[in-house]
Design a protein around this ligand. Structure first.
Ligand code: PMP
Length: 470
C-alpha cells in the first residue's frame, strides 16, 4: 500500500492500529462461504436476507455494555490532531468517520477482488457479483426489508429521492395532485418533488411545524385528502433532530391511498429501522452517514410498488434485450441500476452495517440518548445559547444560536480548539426559517462521541462568550 502525504503527516497502514487488530467478535465477516474460495474474509458475501433478521441482536454483537471508547478504538481519524488539539468530530450529521474495518474492506477489495459485476464468465467477476449481491442482502436485513430485490443501490439519499420522483412520480402524478412535504425536510426531499410537480402540474404542499420543531399532526391530518399522492417525511431531521411519528403518519396517509417516502439519512445510524413495521412505501438513506464510504446509498421500495415503476436512467446492466426498434428491461432492482455501480462502496457499506450492528443497535441508541441529555444540560449553561428544536423524540443533533456571534464565527472559533461543527443553512432552509433564521451552528453527535467532548464544546463556547463580554 502507498503512503500518501496528508496535510497532517503521512498515512501508512499499521498506523492507528490498522490491520490485524480486529476486536474479537466484531463483524468483519467471517469465513467465505462455499463457492467463494477466492474472497478474503472481509469480502465474503452476506447470507441471503429473506426473511430479514433484526440487526440489533446480530450474532456479531459484542458482549457487554456499549462504550464509546470501544467504537473510538476502531476509528483511526479520531486520533489525528486539528489545530494542535485532538479532533472532536461533532459534524456527524454531515458525514461520519470510518472504522478501520470499513477502510480495510475497501483496501482488500481493490487489492484482491476488483472486477466488474454481472458480466464476464470469469472467477473474479462471479466473486464481485456475489459480493455486490451479498451487500444488497445485508442492506435488506439492516432495514427489515422482505427481500434483497426491494433494495436499489444509489449514490445516496439525494439520488434515491430523485429516482422515486423521476420514475414513480412521472408515472403517477398528474394535474392537481398533491405531494405533502414536511417543513423540516432536507432540500433533497423538497427540490426533487418541486421539479417533478412542475413537470406534472402537481403541487408541493408543506406540512407546518409546531414551535418545538415537531410536525403539526393536526395540520397534517387536515392537509391529507384524496388529492394527496405522496407524503415525504424525514425519519430524523438533520437540523432540529426531530423524530416524527412516521409509523402513525404513514398509516394515516394510507387511508387516502397515498404513498409515503421516508428519508432515513439521519435515522439509520442512530436507531434500528424496520421498513415493514413502518409500512413505508419508500425508504432512503446514505452510506456515508452510517460509517460507510461516500457515493453509496440505497432505496427500499415495497415489491409491488417497485415492480410497477419505469426505468429512470438507461444504460448497461438495466436491460434485457436491446434492438434499435425495441428495448426490454432487466427485472427489479437491476432495472434501476444503469451503468457500473459502486462495487467497493457496497462492500464498505456492508462492513459498516456489520460494525455498527456489532455493538447492539439498542445499546447504541440508549447511549446516544444519554449523551443528548448530557449535551442539552451542558449547553443550557452556556450564556446566550439557544438550542433549536425540542421535540419529544429527538436524535443527538443540537443546532443552536449564540447571542452576539454569527454561526460562522462560532464554528471558526471552535475549529481553533479542534472541534468540528457545521455552520450555515444545513440544506434545510425551511426548518431554520421556522425560527426566523437563515443560518445556525450545529453539533451532531455519534456513537464514538463522549461526554468529555461535549463538555469541551460547552467550555469553548462559554469562553467565546466571556471573551466577547470582556
Ligand atoms: N436528508 C437528510 C435528512 C440529510 O441530513 C441529508 C444529508 N445532510 C440528505 C438527505 C442528503 O444526503 P446525501 O447528500 O448523502 O444524498
Amino acid at each position: 500500500m502507498t503512503t500518501p502525504d496528508m496535510p497532517w503527516g503521512t498515512y501508512a497502514p499499521g498506523m492507528a492500529q490498522l490491520p490485524g487488530t480486529q476486536v474479537p467478535g466484531t463483524a468483519l465477516p467471517g469465513t467465505p462461504p462455499p463457492g467463494t474460495p477466492g474472497l478474503p474474509p472481509q469480502l465474503a458475501p452476506a447470507a441471503p436476507a429473506a426473511p430479514a433478521q433484526p440487526t440489533a441482536g446480530s450474532a456479531a454483537t459484542r458482549s457487554g455494555r456499549f462504550t464509546p471508547e470501544a467504537a473510538r478504538r476502531d476509528v483511526p481519524v479520531l486520533q489525528r490532531p486539528v489545530n494542535g488539539r485532538p479532533v472532536v468530530w461533532l459534524d456527524n450529521g454531515a458525514t461520519t468517520q470510518k472504522p478501520r474495518q470499513v477502510i480495510e474492506t475497501l483496501a482488500a477489495y481493490y487489492a484482491t477482488a476488483n472486477s466488474n459485476i454481472h458480466r464476464g464468465a470469469h472467477t473474479m467477476a462471479r466473486e464481485a457479483t456475489e459480493l455486490y449481491e451479498g451487500g444488497r442482502a445485508a442492506v435488506a436485513g439492516f432495514l427489515g426489508a422482505p427481500s434483497p430485490d426491494t433494495i436499489v443501490f444509489t449514490r445516496g439519499t439525494t439520488e434515491a429521492v430523485n429516482l422515486v420522483a423521476q420514475s414513480w412520480g412521472r408515472a403517477n402524478l398528474g394535474p392537481g395532485d398533491e405531494i405533502l412535504v414536511s417543513t423540516l425536510e432536507h432540500h433533497s426531499n423538497i427540490v426533487p418533488w418541486q421539479l417533478i410537480a412542475k413537470e406534472r402540474r402537481a403541487r408541493v404542499v408543506p406540512i407546518p411545524l409546531l414551535p418545538d420543531g415537531s410536525i403539526d399532526q393536526d395540520a397534517y391530518a387536515d392537509l391529507l385528502s384524496f388529492r394527496t399522492q405522496l407524503v415525504a417525511i424525514s425519519h430524523a431531521s438533520n437540523v432540529l433532530g426531530t423524530v416524527p411519528p412516521v409509523k402513525e403518519m404513514t398509516a394515516l396517509a394510507h387511508r387516502y391511498d397515498a404513498k409515503v417516502l421516508v428519508d432515513g439519512a439521519q435515522a439509520v445510524a442512530h436507531f434500528p429501522v424496520d421498513v415493514q413495521d413502518l409500512d413505508s412505501d419508500f425508504y432512503v438513506f446514505s452510506g456515508h452517514k452510517l460509517y460507510a464510504p461516500t457515493g453509496i446509498g440505497a432505496l427500499y421500495a415495497k415489491p409491488e410498488v417497485l415492480a410497477g415503476m419505469p426505468p429512470w436512467q438507461g444504460g448497461g446492466n438495466m436491460i434485457d434485450q436491446v434492438e434499435f426498434g425495441r428495448v426490454t428491461y432487466a427485472p427489479v432492482p437491476h432495472r434501476f441500476e444503469a451503468g457500473t455501480g459502486h462495487i467497493s462502496g457496497v462492500a464498505g457499506l456492508r462492513s459498516a452495517i456489520d460494525w455498527l450492528s456489532s455493538f447492539g443497535r439498542e445499546a447504541v441508541a440508549a447511549y446516544e440518548t444519554a449523551l443528548l441529555a448530557h449535551a442539552r444540560q451542558a449547553l443550557a449553561a452556556v450564556p446566550g445559547l439557544t438550542v433549536l428544536g425540542d421535540a419529544p423524540e429527538k436524535i443527538a443533533v443540537l443546532t443552536f444560536t449564540l447571542a452576539g456571534h454569527d454561526p460562522m464565527t462560532v464554528a471558526r472559533w471552535l475549529d481553533q480548539a479542534g472541534i468540528a461543527v457545521r455552520a450555515g443553512h444545513h440544506c434545510a432552509q425551511p426548518s431554520l426559517r421556522h425560527y426566523g433564521l437563515e443560518t445556525a451552528t450545529r453539533a451532531s453527535l455519534a456513537l464514538y462521541n463522549t461526554a468529555e467532548e461535549v463538555d469541551q464544546l460547552a467550555a469553548s463556547l462559554t469562553q467565546l462568550q466571556l471573551q466577547g463580554a470582556g
